[in-house]
Design a protein around this ligand. Structure first.
Ligand SMILES: Nc1ncnc2c1ncn2[C@@H]1O[C@H](COP(=O)(O)OP(=O)(O)OP(=O)(O)O)[C@@H](O)[C@H]1O
Ligand SMILES: [Mg+2]
Length: 256
């Protein structure tokens, strides 16, 4: 039984069919790349997994349990975390505040609840150290960090929810070349600790270097499911643009 199984999921926004019978799966400790052209439906499919969007039809299971009717909060408690492209960090706040945003550890002093900043800082530091992420300082506003460092904070935050599955939407898109390796190393760490990872990315070199499998979405359909060790850039690119080529060829043919 896979960690996550997506079966025959379809979704329309009004008259626009965005996903058309998509199936894919992720195992524990497996990194699956989700690639495809702009508008192929990648983010929509993942938002259906987190419960942010509702599928029109299909089936979703986590560890064999049906989750389609579960709320986003329930799915998070069951172990699904998504790191969105905009990261949703509080830029003015420091690392610890961001990692514990909205669920700060409390302590009681003279019967009054206070945020336990010492515990927060200690646990944030432990999480950053466990990840091996390099941050200039843990007590600076994260807005002053580089893109890669902010990505590390977002990953550390996701990890404190003890996830089974981490979905990352374009984690390396905005990063300097030397920072990309750091984020790919963090993904390898997640895999090594048994977490399933779905990596959405347009950077096919990153996808080829860090994934076990690659699922290609093409106009809302799963066009290919490739084993990374047995594929290459040319095959992935051809699956990404394949539908367009075929449509062109069909149009050509019909013109005679
Ligand atoms: N909330 C929405 N309402 C209407 N249409 C939407 C909505 N969200 C996405 N779409 C449409 O669904 C299609 C797929 O969008 P989606 O964001 O899933 O693509 P994507 O593969 O993530 O693309 P990109 O690589 O550019 O991020 C697009 O045509 C988009 O315009
Ligand atoms: Mg997207």
């Amino acid at each position: 039984m896979s960690l996550l199984e997506i079966t025959n999921v379809s979704k329309s926004f009004g008259p626009v069919h965005v996903l058309d019978g998509v199936s894919m799966s992720v195992d524990r400790g497996e990194v699956v790349g989700l690639v495809g052209d702009n508008g192929a439906g990648k983010s929509t499919l993942m938002k259906i997994v987190t419960g942010m969007y509702t599928a029109d039809q299909g089936r979703l299971t986590l560890d064999g349990d049906d989750i389609l009717t579960h709320s986003p909060g329930e799915r998070r408690r069951m172990g699904i975390e998504m790191i969105y492209q905009d990261l949703a960090l509080a830029k003015q706040q420091d690392v610890a505040a961001n990692i514990f945003l909205g669920r700060e550890p409390q302590k009681k002093v003279l019967g009054i609840n206070f945020v336990d900043r010492a515990t927060m800082r200690a646990e944030a530091k432990a999480m950053i150290d466990r990840l091996g992420a390099r941050l200039p300082a843990i007590n600076r506003p994260v807005g002053s960090f580089s893109g890669g460092q902010q990505q590390s904070v977002a990953i550390a935050r996701a990890l404190t929810f003890d996830p089974k599955l981490v979905i990352m939407d374009e984690p390396t898109a905005a990063l300097a070349v030397r920072e990309v390796q750091g984020v790919l190393d963090l993904i390898r760490q997640l895999k090594a600790s048994g977490i399933g990872v779905i990596l959405i990315s347009h950077r096919l070199n990153d996808v080829l270097s860090v994934t076990d499998r690659i699922v290609v979405l093409n106009h809302g359909r799963a066009a290919a499911n490739l084993t990374t060790a047995q594929t290459d850039m040319a095959e992935v690119v051809s699956a990404i643009v394949g539908g367009a080529d075929m449509a062109d060829a069909a149009a050509h043919e019909s013109r005679g």
